[in-house]
Design a binder for this molecule. Structure first.
Ligand code: 5GP
Length: 203
């Protein structure tokens, strides 16, 4: 059976990366798709673990070769999802988790209709601001851009299937795991099993 594609989006600072790391530790058969980006590497980030860090001309070559399932400019840099990675994992039955921006999420949903869109929101805009400040990863210009972009992203929640409000990261991890498990158990995704019981005819 083909795997399910789970797409997580939400503003920078909402806590997506921490939630993803927690869920990957607990769930088997869940593959995380590592994106390509032209953003400079942050302190502590590793090539091939956090992202594949590439320059702009390499990124544009990948676009030309149609290697991306989707790509977007986000907060002033390019980010893209590897099509071959996602397809190969799904074809071998693994569920795949993406952490991508809102526009990328909608683009994937248009292509893969039964993918699941999950929005991760901060408890409030003020809390988001404080988390971004505490993270110390952005300079003043990038910080402002990320807050501006957050306003747009938060206006798009109604286009998603699920909403996690990240008050407490351990609860958010459990909530994401619950979404993944519930989606796997949907009758509409289990036709091979349902078919086994077709011998019974109603009187
Ligand atoms: P960051 O620079 O903080 O790691 O990520 C910035 C934003 O880019 C996040 O909202 C993240 O979800 C998004 N992002 C990361 N990878 C991709 C991708 O492959 N495609 C798209 N569209 N967005 C991505």
């Amino acid at each position: 059976m083909k795997g399910i594609l789970f797409i997580m989006s939400g503003p920078s600072g909402a806590g997506k990366t921490t939630i993803v790391k927690g869920v990957l530790k607990n769930l088997e058969d869940l593959a995380f798709s590592i994106s390509y980006t032209t953003r400079p590497k942050r302190k502590g980030e590793e090539e091939g673990k956090d992202y594949f860090f590439v320059d702009e001309s390499t990124f544009k070559d990948l676009i030309k070769k149609k290697d991306f399932l989707e790509w977007q400019e986000v907060h002033g840099h390019l980010y893209g999802t590897s099509k071959s990675y996602v397809e190969s994992q799904m074809n071998k039955g693994a569920n795949v988790l993406l952490d991508i921006d809102v526009k990328g999420a909608r683009s994937v949903k248009r292509q893969i209709k039964d993918s699941v869109l999950i929005f991760v929101a901060p408890p409030s805009f003020q809390e988001l601001k404080e988390r971004l400040i505490k993270r110390h990863t952005e300079n003043q210009k990038n910080f402002k851009k990320r807050l501006e972009d957050a306003r747009y992203e938060l206006s798009q929640i109604s286009k998603f299937d699920y909403l996690i409000v990240n008050h407490d990261v351990q609860i958010s991890i459990k909530q994401l795991e619950s979404i993944i498990i519930a989606e796997q158990l949907k009758v509409s995704r289990r036709s091979e099993f349902v078919g086994k019981y077709k011998f019974y005819k109603e009187a």
